[in-house]
Design a protein. Structure first.
Length: 573
């Protein structure tokens, strides 16, 4: 008995004496000259956000490793319609993290107009569009305030504006543009802390409100970028005489917390659509053992991610705690996540037009999306349910389908659009939603340059009461099949065939004048529906053919604009 008590005492002393520690699990020392490591970093491309002046490229002129340091260079040069170029490196799907310690050594560039940043964005927009799914700014700097460094988080908040921030700016580190500074951010399930040169400057604590103030319980990825001008950086103008500017990053290191001494178990959960295994296979693993996870999809499926771990396959990781791995597979060529709402509203969010203040809630009931609208807007887009981060490829055809029904019939717009820049629409259509559950299926072809950050949205702003959506899918397809290939010239006429009413909309956000006429098949004018009236995405035109004394039959509908004339065949039955 005494021996047993002594053993228990010794064991408890060993466990309690173990000091938790952060173990490095990922990083980049930037020791290899040339372009950044493609296994760790990808690039954002284009004129992206905040009305900034630079075009982000994937070129050594703008991002390169030199003298064991990553250099992001902002240059004044005409490029793709912009007057400046720079780079923005992201670790998305190659370095995605839920909690940890993140450490960087960096030197910012000075000069008015500069806006370098080290920050994090959610790998999936689980709570909706920015800032509902959160943003973590590990460090921001703007050249107009030369002795200030900013540490901030952004989230939806509770002040009614739909966006709120919390943060701190330090002025105690003078001339940061003349020195390398060690920036550290520690992110736990209950708080986020910011340090500079090992001094803590700010803490943001989790509240009991939920995702409106703490969307920071999902995976985020890293961004290293140097912007120029924009809504913040250009508030006092920009000084081109100092160009080019260089943002130096000496290293990036990511750590996760090891809570006990080990050894640790590794469990791989079963999943629909495939199998997964870890190598080497052991009953238990000593701390910091390297394990390679490999997922294999079955026919008709493809690997999507490791739940809360990352997106690489195979993926190599350090075992530093008891680890449960869940592979996630999706139907092959599926572009959406959680389209059957089996995981609630995960990956789905909503947006509304604050100027009209619609009142609504969204949730799921029995794996069906439900929008309960007590105060509608006056246009479809005033209430939007959406998923962000879709990739569309130039020239690729896609098959779109979903089920929907509503308590009170009305029209719903469905559109795919940019998620940055001018937020322009790539494709839109209008569907009549009735009380009967109906499956809507069609094809469309991407006719604009490829975009890896699109948004797919349902416009619900005209409804009152409950609207139901289920089984949403967008898949890549070959240009064959039985589904109807919808028109892609930017004008939508729906429904067609019609029992009387037609709705005409444009995919363009900016309205333009249009004259709309109806002809019979012999080319005789039957009715002028409108003359030089504005038509646009937010300005649908509704016509009841019965009011124009048009008989049932087949007609040619012409839409004449200052630039072109579009003809549609319309069946009135």
């Amino acid at each position: 008995m005494k021996k047993f008590l002594l053993f228990v005492f010794a064991l408890s002393f060993f466990v309690s004496s173990y000091s938790q520690k952060y173990v490095q699990v990922w990083g980049d020392e930037f020791n290899t000259p040339g372009l950044p490591d493609s296994k760790k970093w990808d690039y954002e491309i284009g004129l992206l956000r905040n009305n900034e002046l630079q075009y982000y490229t994937k070129r050594s002129e703008n991002a390169r490793i030199q003298d064991t340091t990553l250099i992001i260079e902002l240059r004044k040069e005409a490029y793709m319609g912009a007057a400046y170029t720079s780079a923005s490196l992201i670790s998305k799907y190659q370095g995605d993290w839920l909690y940890g310690k993140f450490e960087f050594s960096a030197k910012v560039p000075g000069g008015k107009g500069t806006w370098p940043a080290i920050w994090m964005m959610p790998s999936e927009a689980s709570y909706g569009g920015w800032p509902k799914s959160g943003e973590i700014d590990i460090m921001e700097y703007v050249g107009m305030n030369p002795d200030n460094l900013y540490f901030t988080v952004h989230y939806e908040g509770t002040n009614g504006t739909g966006r709120q921030s919390s943060g701190f700016n330090t002025t105690s580190i003078k001339q940061p543009y003349n020195q390398f500074i060690k920036f550290t951010m520690i992110w736990t399930p209950t708080k986020i802390e910011w340090y500079a040169n090992d001094k803590k400057y700010y803490t943001y604590n989790k509240t009991a409100i939920g995702s409106k103030t703490w969307p920071f319980d999902k995976m985020f990825y890293l961004i290293l970028n140097l912007a120029y001008g924009g809504e913040w950086g250009d508030q006092q103008g920009h000084d081109d005489t100092k160009l080019p500017h260089k943002f130096y990053i000496d290293y990036v290191r990511v750590y996760q917390l090891q809570e006990t001494a080990g050894p640790f178990s590794l469990e791989v959960k079963p999943a629909t659509g495939g199998t997964a295994e870890g190598s080497p296979v052991q009953a238990d693993y000593a701390a910091e053992t390297m394990v390679t996870l490999t997922a294999k999809a079955t026919d008709g499926y493809e690997f999507e991610k490791w739940e809360n771990l990352g997106f690489s396959n195979p993926m190599t990781m350090k075992i530093i705690n008891k680890t449960i791995v869940t592979p996630v597979f999706k139907k092959k060529n599926e572009q959406l996540t959680n389209g059957d709402f089996s995981n609630g509203l995960s990956a789905w969010g909503n947006w509304s037009e604050t100027s009209v203040s619609p009142v609504f809630t969204t949730n799921t009931i029995d794996s069906v999306f439900v929008a309960s609208i007590t105060k509608p807007g006056t246009s479809d887009w005033h209430i939007v349910a959406q998923q962000l981060g879709l990739a569309l490829t130039l020239g690729q055809e896609y098959l779109v389908s979903f089920d929907s029904w509503s308590e009170n019939p009305n029209t719903m717009s469905v559109f795919l659009a940019k998620n940055s820049g001018d937020y322009g629409t790539y494709y839109s259509t209008t569907k009549s939603i009735t009380k009967t559950k109906t499956t809507y299926t069609w094809k469309f072809k991407m006719l604009k340059p490829s975009d890896s950050n699109c948004r797919f949205s349902f416009g619900l702003g005209m409804f009152k009461g409950k609207v139901f959506v289920d089984n949403v899918s967008i898949t890549k397809v070959a240009p064959t099949g039985t589904a109807t290939l919808e028109q892609t010239d930017g004008i939508d006429v729906f429904p067609n065939p019609t029992s009387g009413e037609i709705v005409i909309t444009s995919q363009a956000f900016e309205a333009f004048p249009a004259t709309i006429n109806l002809y019979n098949l012999q080319g005789q004018l039957m009715s002028n529906l409108c003359k030089n009236q504005s038509i646009g995405y937010s300005q649908p035109h509704r016509f009841n053919l019965k009011e124009y004394q048009v008989n049932k039959g087949i007609y040619l509908l012409t839409i004449s604009t200052p630039e072109r004339k579009i003809t549609r065949k319309v069946l009135f039955n």
